[in-house]
Ligand binder design. Structure first.
Ligand code: MN
Length: 260
């Protein structure tokens, strides 16, 4: 696997997200990256796509809307946006780095399998680029502390891009819900445990038909050390390297023996 450290100051950066082209976190990321990199391109969904996961739009056509020089909206998912950015909008010269975010809220534990923010970075990694998903935690209805992500973004990105970077790996960065100065360093973590969907709100629509609304409450394990959830619970920035190979290797042997 090739390691690809590179010079961020000379990089051409593609930014996408899942909160949509008008999201405040996208503006924060654009502003920060313009100070760090040579060229910034933004290609993001027209409307919010949180929890869209890695879905691709196949059964209807997609439209690209140019908003200004290097800013575009796509009427599809985060995956559609990154794919169209690389294959069409930036087809003359590929990006050196794909960033997704900054998401409003954390993507921790099993969130990563539902997240559109992570999916945009996954698509970047699948297309062969180093990719980073960026998330700013916001808990208990607190106003989002964008200043925390903004303050630490440069050092996180500079250190990430100077490290050896295997192909097919994406980085999941979560900034804790604490003020920038109270952040307790960076912790390199593994994916923890956190499952959404335990609470269903039931009601009846104006026609008397029942509906169900999936709540955002999670069942989670914050105590486990070395995990993304453990790190942000302690006020640290969590960085988890993720890969798209979902194979559970320890089971390969036992399964082969069972089918022998
Ligand atoms: Mn989102």
């Amino acid at each position: 696997m090739p390691a690809r450290p590179f010079d961020l100051s000379r990089a051409r950066v593609l930014i996408s997200n899942d909160d949509g082209i008008h999201a405040p976190g996208l503006r924060v990321l654009e502003r920060a990256v313009r100070r760090l990199a040579k060229e910034v391109w933004v290609v993001a969904p027209e409307y919010e796509q949180s929890a869209a996961s890695h879905s691709l739009t196949l059964r209807r056509p997609l439209r690209i809307r140019r908003l200004s020089g290097r800013r575009y909206a796509v009427d599809g998912t985060p995956t559609d946006s990154v794919l169209l950015a690389v294959r069409e909008i930036m087809k003359d010269r590929a990006p050196d780095l794909v960033l997704s975010g900054i998401n409003r809220g954390g993507n921790l534990g099993e969130d990563v399998t539902y997240s559109g923010t992570i999916a945009a970075a996954m698509e970047g990694a699948l297309l062969g680029f180093p990719a980073v998903a960026l998330n700013q935690l916001s808990e208990n209805g607190h106003p989002v502390k964008w200043g925390t992500a903004e303050h630490h973004l440069a050092s996180v990105l500079e250190r990430l891009t100077s490290a050896p970077w295997p192909a097919g790996v994406l980085m999941n960065v979560n900034f804790p819900d604490v003020p920038a100065r109270a952040t307790r360093g960076v912790e390199i973590t593994r994916q923890g445990r956190r499952k959404i969907g335990g609470v269903l709100v039931q009601g009846r629509d104006p026609r008397g038909e029942p509906y169900y609304w999936i709540g955002s409450q999670r069942t989670e394990d914050r105590a486990r050390r070395g995990t993304d959830l453990g790190a942000v619970s302690q006020g640290a920035i969590s960085i988890t390297p993720l890969t798209l190979d979902l194979t559970h290797r320890p089971t390969l042997g036992t399964l082969k023996r069972a089918f022998d």
